[in-house]
Design a protein around this ligand. Structure first.
Ligand code: NAP
Length: 277
């Protein structure tokens, strides 16, 4: 939101050389990941690429980071295209959809993609008594209104038999001080997930929410990665005995977007190493 560049653009510098589809070759699954330049979105993209999927990636800022992700995906032999997108700039969604449609035709000779991973998000931490209207609005926009309207805008491009995977949080099941404004909106996404699963079931589209536990990324300023005291405390209440690593979530996402899990829909799947069981 602090970035002043155009709200979205099909990355030119950030786009690898087009690879023409090979006639007769099976079409790879294509997954669109929001917030793919770092953290859990980046790890999800890398695990999906390692599993043979091609990628539509979005980044809001840090063009240098998305360049690195694109290079890594290319190194795994997959095709990926990056678009600049702020998921709270709702008015840009129609143009973003048009850019995605054009990229699908240009790079894959397709009109649809297969999976949507609504990952982009940030934290606003405050006790209920001190939460400001601005904090609440920011959490509503990035964690609920953005994924809701972006999913709606992309529905015409989502292939029948595809998937939507929304990123929720373990904090919808257990509580942590100051997490109310954030976790409340993730709770709303879980309800949205069930409604969407019902609505898209007739098209064979499965819709789920993955709920990561505490995972060491930049999230919340990086305290889950950088504070030894916080990590020790969380490890002591986690069955697996340590805070999650981004690769744990990347692997779980790839599993939930693999062929073998297509019968799972309308579910909240927690990937927390057993936090606060
Ligand atoms: N880490 C955890 O412990 C944890 C646990 C449960 C759930 N989650 C959820 O997992 C998701 C990813 O978190 P993370 O841990 O990977 O955090 P992160 O390392 O801080 O990365 C957040 C990503 O989201 C992007 N983003 C934030 N606001 C955006 C916006 N308005 N428009 C577009 N992109 C935006 C960021 O882009 P920029 O680089 O431009 O800022 C970045 O790519 C979030 O939905 C978060 O709520 C995280």
């Amino acid at each position: 939101m602090s970035d002043t560049r155009a709200p979205h653009e099909a990355g030119t510098a950030a786009t690898p050389a087009p690879s023409a589809p090979t006639p007769g070759a099976p079409s790879p699954k294509i997954t669109l990941v929001t917030g793919a330049n770092r953290g859990l979105g980046k790890e999800a993209a890398l695990h999906l690429a390692a599993a043979g999927q091609d990628l539509l990636l979005t980044y809001r800022s840090h063009a240098d980071e998305i360049e690195e992700v694109l290079a890594a995906v290319r190194g795994l032999g997959r095709t990926a295209v990056a678009f600049r997108l702020d998921t709270t700039e709702f008015g840009t969604f129609p143009a973003f959809v048009a850019d995605v449609r054009a990229a699908l035709g240009e790079h894959w000779g397709r009109e649809t993609f297969d999976h949507l991973l609504n990952n982009a998000g940030s934290a606003a931490l405050a006790p209920v008594a001190e939460t400001t209207a601005e904090q609440l609005d920011s959490m509503y926009e990035v964690h609920f209104k953005g994924p809701y309207l972006l999913t709606q805008a992309l529905l015409p491009l989502l292939a029948d038999g595809g998937r939507v995977l929304n990123v929720s949080t373990g904090l919808t099941r257990f509580t942590q001080s100051d997490a109310a404004p954030y976790a409340s909106m993730k709770g709303a996404v879980e309800v949205f997930t069930r409604y969407l699963a019902k609505e898209l079931g007739p098209r064979g589209i499965a819709v789920n929410a993955i709920a990561p536990g505490a995972t060491g990324t930049d999230f919340g300023g990086g305290y889950l990665r950088d504070s030894a005291q916080v990590r020790e405390g969380l490890a002591s209440v986690t069955a697996m005995g340590h805070v999650g690593d981004p690769v744990d979530i990347g692997a779980a996402v790839a599993s939930l977007l693999a062929d073998g899990t297509r019968w799972i829909t309308g579910q909240r799947i927690e990937a927390s190493g057993g936090m606060l069981l």
